[in-house]
Write a protein of this length. Structure first.
Length: 442
């Protein structure tokens, strides 16, 4: 048994025993009452699932095992030049709750190199698709095709015990994460570079090798990918893609099928697809104004035009956060260090200054601040990745780190099939007819 698996097994056994005791003593404790607005509003803010790897605070933002993004940038082992954190270190942290050593991260990098080969049938399947097929569709199909090698599926069919579920899930998680950069890079080169593929470089780390296979040169781009993969990795369990992976996994579908379903959720315009919508909106604004150096008044006018047309300003507002997304700030700091004179980046910063006050005045959103999508596209465009449709695939590769770590925990703790109770509107009307009216706060 490998060193990371041994550590995870020990911690999972300890937490499983602790949760069992908590439920024995407090299983009937009411955690939170819910309102009809929450029932009809997408179950917003209802605490109804356990997600060990990260926690999202409305005011402080995301914390991975208690560490903020600025703390992780300081404490996680970094790439060869010592500038940006290695995503391998974050996966280790999310899985076992410990900041890894340089030696441990190097071991994990080697593990993923050894596991990164993709069966030929996956590439053949992708090559049957029109090159115009959306990259997320190709990504989901590629992940599903990889399922033929699922350790969990094969061992379940052979009759493994429940106590072994976590072990099989761990093997699938490690294999899937190892293969995703090569799968994503194959889709990118197939879709936008005439199928001129680039072989993996086994001497590079996970993020660095991904940047290499994408074919965009330079150590700075490698650093951007390392940072991107780290900050997009997890965002608690309630977001659509993470929750979908959790839900599908609760049926004991294997990690490949669970992750493919999560990627279908990520592909929605209200979720991961928003990153391509942001940069498209910015370039539409630049085209409409006629310059990539618009004035404040130019931007304000275009924002008002967008809102008057019944559209949103993409990249602004978040379901949970009530302050600027720390992931946006991390990307802003990267840009200030590497590319502060880029005109599109400067447009992003101007929008950051101008849009929140406009949205606050109009009362359009509860949180007028930028989320992670508001900045990522401008960075990618600077380094030459102008194919907006591919951005969500990058997001998906990163998101695998968090949801796969959480999948291991779900199987280790023996979480049951997720099955919330639904209701009809007739039931609600009958209930309200029998219930005293609640006084209005107005």
């Amino acid at each position: 048994m490998d060193i990371l698996k041994q550590k995870f097994q020990k911690k999972a056994a300890e937490l499983k025993a602790e949760v069992k005791e908590i439920l024995r003593e407090h299983g009937e404790t009411v955690v939170e009452n819910i309102t009809l607005s929450q029932v009809y509003g997408g179950a917003r803010n209802i605490q109804m699932m356990v997600w060990e790897t990260s926690e999202l605070d409305p005011m402080e933002g995301i914390r991975f095992r208690g560490y903020s993004i600025p703390e992780l940038k300081k404490r996680l082992p970094k790439g060869p030049d010592g500038k940006e954190p290695l995503p391998e270190g974050l996966f280790w942290l999310m899985l076992v709750g410990e900041i890894p050593t340089e030696k441990e991260v190097h071991w994990l990098t080697e593990q993923w190199i050894q596991r990164c080969n993709i069966p030929e049938h996956v590439f053949k399947l992708l090559d049957l698709l029109p090159v115009t097929t959306h990259p997320m569709t190709q990504f989901i199909m590629g992940i599903t095709a990889l399922q033929s090698g699922s350790v969990f599926a094969h061992r379940y069919e052979d009759g493994m015990s429940k106590e072994e579920y976590w072990d099989a899930a761990y093997e699938d998680a490690m294999n899937l994460i190892a293969r995703l950069p090569r799968l994503a890079a194959y889709i990118y080169r197939r879709s936008y570079h005439n199928g001129q593929h680039i072989a993996p470089n086994i001497h590079l780390d996970w993020g660095g090798n991904f940047a290499h296979m994408l074919g965009i040169p330079g150590s700075d781009f490698m650093n951007l990918i390392r940072l991107y993969l780290t900050i997009h990795a997890d965002h608690e369990g309630g977001n659509a893609s993470a929750h979908t992976v959790h839900l599908i996994g609760s049926t004991l579908s294997d990690p490949y099928l669970s992750f493919a379903g999560g990627m279908a959720a990520l592909a929605g315009p209200l979720h991961g697809l928003a990153n391509q919508e942001v940069i498209r909106w910015i370039f539409n604004m630049i085209d409409a104004i006629g310059t990539d150096r618009p004035t404040d008044d130019d931007i304000k006018e275009y924002v008002h035009t967008t809102i008057a047309a019944g559209k949103i300003v993409p990249g602004y507002g978040h379901a949970v956060l009530r302050k600027p997304d720390p992931r946006f700030i991390a990307q802003m700091e990267f840009a200030k260090q590497y590319i502060k004179d880029d005109p599109i980046v400067n447009v992003v910063w101007k929008i950051y200054e101008l849009v929140p006050p406009i949205l606050e005045t109009m009362g359009k959103v509860k949180n007028p601040w930028p989320n992670v999508d508001a900045h990522s596209g401008a960075l990618l465009v600077h380094y030459g990745m102008k194919e907006y449709d591919f951005y969500t695939v990058l997001f998906g590769v990163s998101r695998a780190l968090g949801v796969m770590a959480s999948t291991c925990w779900s199987r280790a703790l023996g979480f049951p099939l997720e099955r919330p109770k639904s209701m009809t509107t007739d039931w609600v009307k009958n209930f309200l007819a029998k219930t005293p009216k609640v006084a209005s706060n107005s």
